[in-house]
Write a protein that binds this ligand. Structure first.
Ligand SMILES: *[C@@H]1O[C@H](CO)[C@@H](O)[C@H](O)[C@H]1NC(C)=O
Length: 184
C-alpha cells in the first residue's frame, strides 16, 4: 500500500513539474542557431575588474552616414563578464532628423531612456493586428520595445538627440528591416 502511495506521489510530482515547465518562458538562445555559446567561461579565480568594464559611452558616435544615427554597442563582445548574464547596453546618437531605421532584436527586449532631444518612436505588433504603437519622447522619458518586434526611433527635433538602451540579452542581435534581401 505504501509503495502505491509513493508511485502516486511520484506521478503527481512529475505531472506538476511538467506543467510548470510547459508554462515557463522559452529559454533564450544566445545566437540565431547552433554554435552553442561561442564565448569562453573564465575561471572565477582569474577574473579581473576589466572583464566587467567598458569606458567611452560618454562619447557620441559619428552620425555622418545615410541614416543620421549611430549605435555604440556595449555587449558581451566589449565586456566578457556579460557572458550568460542576459543583459547589455547601447548608446544611440541621432543628428537632427536622423533615424534609427525599422529593425528588430531577435533575442532581446529593449528599454530606452532619452537623455537629450525629442524622439518619435514606435513598434509594430505581430499579425493579425500589426498595430503601430507610437509615442513622442522627451528627455527623461522611457519606452519599451518588446523582444522580436520591429521598432524605430526618429529624431524629430532640429538638435542632436541621445538615448541609452538596456537589452535583455548579452547580445540581442539586430535585423534591419530595409536591409533584408529576399533575392540573392
Ligand atoms: C559610429 O561611430 C563610430 C565612432 O565615431 C564610427 O567608428 C563608426 O564608423 C560609426 N558607424 C556608422 C555606421 O556610422
Amino acid at each position: 500500500m505504501k509503495g502505491i502511495h509513493s508511485i502516486f506521489l511520484a506521478c503527481f510530482l512529475v505531472t506538476t513539474f511538467a506543467c510548470f515547465l510547459a508554462s515557463a518562458f522559452d529559454p533564450s538562445p544566445l545566437q540565431d542557431f547552433l554554435f552553442v555559446n561561442g564565448k569562453f567561461c573564465k575561471d572565477p579565480k582569474l577574473a579581473v575588474a576589466d572583464d566587467f568594464f567598458f569606458s567611452g559611452l560618454n562619447k557620441p558616435g559619428n552620425t555622418n552616414n545615410q541614416v543620421g544615427s549611430n549605435v555604440t554597442t556595449v555587449n558581451v563582445d566589449q565586456i566578457p563578464g556579460l557572458n550568460t548574464l542576459g543583459i547589455s547596453l547601447v548608446r544611440i546618437d541621432y543628428e537632427p532628423y536622423g533615424e534609427n531605421p525599422p529593425h528588430t532584436h531577435p533575442r532581446g527586449t529593449e528599454i530606452l531612456v532619452v537623455v537629450q532631444g525629442t524622439l518619435y518612436v514606435g513598434f509594430v505588433t505581430s499579425n493579425p493586428e500589426n498595430h503601430l504603437i507610437k509615442k513622442l519622447l522627451y528627455p527623461g522619458d522611457v519606452f519599451v520595445f518588446p523582444v522580436g518586434l520591429i521598432h524605430f526611433q526618429y529624431n524629430v527635433g532640429n538638435t542632436p538627440a541621445v538615448a541609452f538602451v538596456g537589452l535583455s540579452s548579452q547580445k540581442a542581435g539586430v535585423i534591419v528591416t530595409p536591409e533584408i534581401r529576399l533575392i540573392d
